[in-house]
Design a protein around this ligand. Structure first.
Ligand SMILES: Cc1cc2nc3c(=O)[nH]c(=O)nc-3n(C[C@H](O)[C@H](O)[C@H](O)COP(=O)(O)OP(=O)(O)OC[C@H]3O[C@@H](n4cnc5c(N)ncnc54)[C@H](O)[C@@H]3O)c2cc1C
Ligand code: FES
Length: 262
């Protein structure tokens, strides 16, 4: 099945300043994405910018694809101007998602900022596993209260996130990795019965990786890198791992947490 397809914009809604929820209706049948996989989306006005931009799948609603994104530069700015009925070209689903199907373990999810986009996708999929579904703890960090996204959607699937904000406007003040660290220490969790899945900014993932290694907590992280092709051919997205250089778009974006060389 070709992964190149067109989709029409059903809705492109600004949730808070510079943060949008984009709903697309694919114009042909596509492969169902797994949480952690991504799509390359055309954001062009003519040929500018030429390259598609990667966004993680956030949600499947009916036959529609949803993406949660922040405007950071020219591509996402053009995307934010798309209106209902506009047509985008996409490639995907791409990359390897979070491996979770056979896990019998208790699950710790950690999302920093827009990392909640793929982490919500995973949380929602886990919530649909027939009973006994694995217990899920979700740690969510953001800069401010406004930027703590998806709380209502999480509550609707039975998850009450543990929150931190940089300025203390919601939840604990500070970064979410420190909150997880305190939680692990305070509750003496039997870490061999837990598995971690995370996505967020690189400094967060780096400190989470040290914490996980220190506590012998196994898990997976979704990385973000600048991408040109998204298809494994340009080698523009490589990261260093203990097994050598790997392409984030092909071998990733999800990697075992202990494999990344920071
Ligand atoms: C697999 C994957 C999944 C992603 N999922 C999401 C998502 O669900 N929601 C979301 O909002 N964003 C996501 N991103 C990031 C998103 O692709 C970039 O923000 C976007 O491509 C920026 O395009 P732009 O033209 O607006 O910005 P540009 O003009 O290209 O860049 C603007 C600024 O953003 C920085 N930047 C651009 N791309 C990245 C990147 N990949 N990683 C770190 N910094 C970057 C640049 O260094 C620059 O400072 C994902 C990236 C990857 C690789
Ligand atoms: S973006 Fe081209 S190889 Fe990954």
């Amino acid at each position: 099945m070709s992964r190149l397809f067109k989709a029409s914009v059903s809705e492109n809604k600004e949730l808070i300043k510079n943060h949008y929820l984009l709903t697309l209706n694919p114009l042909k049948k596509i492969k169902k994405p797994e949480p952690g996989q991504f799509f390359m989306l055309s954001v062009d006005k003519g040929l500018d910018p030429l390259l598609k931009r990667p966004l993680s799948i956030h949600r499947l609603t009916g036959g529609n694809l949803q993406f949660l994104y922040r405007v950071v530069g020219s591509g996402t700015n053009i995307l934010s101007e798309k209106k209902t009925g506009d047509i985008l070209e996409l490639i995907g689903p791409l990359g390897k998602g979070f491996p979770f199907k056979k896990t019998q373990k208790n699950i710790i999810l950690v999302a920093g900022g827009l990392g909640i986009a793929p982490i919500f996708a995973l949380a929602e999929t886990l919530a649909k596993i027939p009973p006994p579904a694995p217990p899920v703890l979700l740690f969510q960090g953001a800069r401010t209260e406004d930027e703590v996204l998806c709380i209502d959607k999480l509550k609707s699937i039975g998850i009450d996130p543990i929150i931190s904000t940089d300025n203390g406007t919601l939840g604990e003040k500070g970064n979410i990795v420190s909150v997880l660290k305190k939680y692990l220490t305070r509750h003496s969790l039997p870490v061999n019965r837990y598995i971690l899945y995370a996505c967020g900014p690189e400094p967060m993932l780096k400190s989470l990786s040290s914490l996980a290694i220190k506590h012998k907590l196994k898990g997976y992280i979704a990385l973000e890198q600048h991408m040109a092709c998204g298809l494994g051919t340009c080698l523009g997205c490589v990261v260093n791992t203990i097994d050598g250089y790997k392409r984030v778009c092909k071998e990733g974006p999800v990697f075992p947490i202990e494999k990344i060389v920071w």
